[in-house]
Design a protein around this ligand. Structure first.
Ligand SMILES: [Zn+2]
Length: 167
């Protein structure tokens, strides 16, 4: 049974190692992560959020409900144009146990390469919400959280609402 790691847990700040083999355990873990994501009405979940410092994630395009299981995902290009969208994170919860949200500016579209659960190498250009999710989730694999993009004052205001977990 996987456990959600919350803001303040240092595992969320680690740089994750590449996955070197697609094992049954990895496939089970990704299935369990999809279930956790759905149960908590999330649209993405990265391995360090469940305490695993390896480069994989699951995400869902909320428009099509397509599930992506990405192993060793890499963003290989980012658009110059940016967009602002509200972001939250299943590891950054308020006192009510629900995610806290803030606007974040990021590139509007990206090209991402990954290996899927069948070992196929894929790439896609993503824009809109999927581009947003894949950037947020791949950041997790480098120990980066969306709150890192906020200016000092905004970040302080948000962090005041955040329940810093179970430690
Ligand atoms: Zn997150």
């Amino acid at each position: 049974m996987l456990q959600m790691k919350l803001c303040g847990d240092l595992v969320l700040r680690e740089k994750c190692a590449p996955v070197d083999a697609i094992t049954p355990e990895l496939l089970n873990t990704m299935d369990e992560m999809v279930n956790m994501m759905r149960e908590q009405s999330g649209v993405g979940l990265a391995a360090p959020q469940v305490g695993i410092t390896q480069r994989f994630l699951v995400m869902m395009d909320p428009d099509t409900e397509t599930i992506y299981k990405m192993i060793n995902p890499k963003i290989i290009s980012k658009s110059d144009d940016t967009s602002v969208m509200e972001e939250g994170c299943l590891s950054v919860l308020g006192a009510d146990g629900l995610p806290v949200y803030s606007n974040v500016r990021r590139p509007a579209s990206v090209v991402v390469e990954w290996t899927n659960e069948r070992g196929e190498n894929l790439s896609a250009q993503m824009s809109g919400v999927p581009a947003r999710i894949v950037q947020h989730e791949t950041d997790h694999l480098d120990g980066v959280l969306f709150i890192d993009y906020l200016s000092g004052v905004k970040r302080e205001m948000l962090m005041r609402k955040v329940n810093r977990g179970h430690k």
